[in-house]
Design a protein around this ligand. Structure first.
Ligand code: ASP
Length: 407
């Protein structure tokens, strides 16, 4: 395929970031959400996110069906197996790193904090049982799942349809071609949306910084440092090293290649909204073959969340420390596994990880009100953990290409 011209140069995107930061600080000083400009900025940012979200459902469905219908079933099985092992292993690794850091820094010991009242949905939240999780994998009505953008259900439905088309072979030729065209169509729209990336980034950052209450940061500085430090180690050392060792791609090439999805993740705080950009980037910049990216990126954006796992582990221990509760080694192992589960269960949308934290806190008998202690800085931390979530997906695509091999 002829290489399309890239209209959005990285210089524009960097300009967008700078304008977003400076504009956000000014907006914050000018009254934040009270300022008359805020509403316009927020509206602009929303429009950009909605454009990205608009293509997610057709893109995910068409990607997964095409992948499952077009791959040899043995290859698909291997790809699926290695994908699951990679996603789970790196998520556990990230949560473990979070635990090590929080034990070293002890950000919650002696912290004098003021809790924020929890939103109602969170107060009434019950952790799902294993049976619920399993039940939720299968949509009773696929149209309903599509309408609600229930990603896990959409993934299982699309894979089942893809495998059925695969088995139908020649008889399903026209259907396969149709789905392939839907995929191409979605990617054309993604390209258009990407032209707006610099503007979208500027507006979204302006909104996030404009409404941030910086005064609440001081007492939580150590906690923020633990989360951000952990994310930096995982994102700048662990993942690039894995991509180098297991994927054969030098770290600088990997990190330079993924700037667009990283910045989109930072500004949208949503792996799902970033998915179209991630997909395009891994194929074009990291040269991952389409039959691999179409399979592992939609699944990764939904279940593979290293940044969230790390954050959940740090946050749970921070809350324990702030309440003066000592968690022994066994309880910390429980945190390790529940943080992994909570990350897998979190949807790729802003603050999803905050909600699934209930699973971790209840597992080690910590009060849910503890979430109120960290609520104030969640928005900012969400931006950075989403970046690491997306980076893990992109890195996974490179590693899988190397391990499972090209067709
Ligand atoms: N916002 C994150 C994501 O979309 C999920 C989270 O809240 O941790 O990846």
């Amino acid at each position: 395929m002829e290489r399309e011209r890239e209209f959005v140069s990285i210089r524009w995107v960097v300009a967008g970031i700078l304008i977003g930061i400076v504009g956000g600080l000014l907006l914050n000083r000018a009254g934040g959400t009270e300022s008359p400009v805020f509403e316009t900025v927020a509206l602009g940012g929303d429009l950009f996110i909605r454009l990205l979200r608009m293509v997610i459902v057709p893109l995910v469905v068409a990607s997964l069906i095409t992948a499952a219908a077009g791959l040899d079933t043995r290859y698909l099985g291997r790809l699926g197996g290695v994908t699951l092992v990679y996603y789970t292993a790196t998520t556990v690794l990230a949560a473990a790193l979070g635990l090590v850091i929080v034990n070293l820094i002890d950000p919650g010991v002696g912290a004098v904090l003021q809790g924020t009242e929890l939103p109602k949905e969170l107060q009434e939240r019950q952790p799902p049982t294993f049976a619920d999780l399993l039940r939720n994998l299968i949509p009773a009505n696929p149209i309903d799942a599509l309408a609600r953008t229930d990603m896990l259900q959409i993934i299982s439905f699309s894979l089942i349809v893809g495998i059925a088309l695969n088995i139908m072979g020649e008889r399903a030729q026209s259907l396969k071609q149709f789905v392939g065209e839907v995929l191409d169509l979605s990617m054309v729209i993604v390209r258009w949306v990407l032209y707006l990336l610099p503007v979208g980034v500027a507006l979204l950052l302006m909104r996030a910084i404009g409404q941030a209450g910086f005064e609440v940061f001081a007492p939580l500085a150590k906690y923020m440092g633990a989360v951000l430090g952990g994310l930096a180690i995982h994102g700048l050392i662990v993942l690039p090293l894995l991509v180098w060792l297991l994927g054969g791609m030098p770290p600088w090439r990997f990190l330079a290649g993924i700037t667009q999805p990283m910045i989109t993740a930072l500004s949208t705080s949503s792996s799902a909204a970033t998915l179209p950009v991630t997909m395009r980037t891994v194929e074009r910049e990291l040269k991952v073959p389409g039959y691999i990216s179409r399979f592992c990126i939609p699944i990764g954006a939904t279940v593979n969340m290293d940044g969230t796992a790390l954050y959940e582990a740090v946050a749970a221990l921070f809350i324990a420390q702030a309440y003066g509760v000592q968690l022994d080694l066994t309880q910390q192992v429980v945190v390790l596994f529940t943080a992994t589960l909570a990350a897998i269960g979190a949807a790729g949308i802003p603050s999803a990880g905050l909600f699934t934290m209930v699973i971790v806190l209840q597992a080690v008998n910590l009060p849910l009100e503890g979430i109120g202690l960290i609520l104030a800085v969640d928005r900012i931390l969400d931006m950075f953990r989403t970046m690491v979530n997306v980076e893990g997906d992109a890195g996974g695509a490179v590693i899988l290409t190397n391990i499972v091999g090209r067709k």
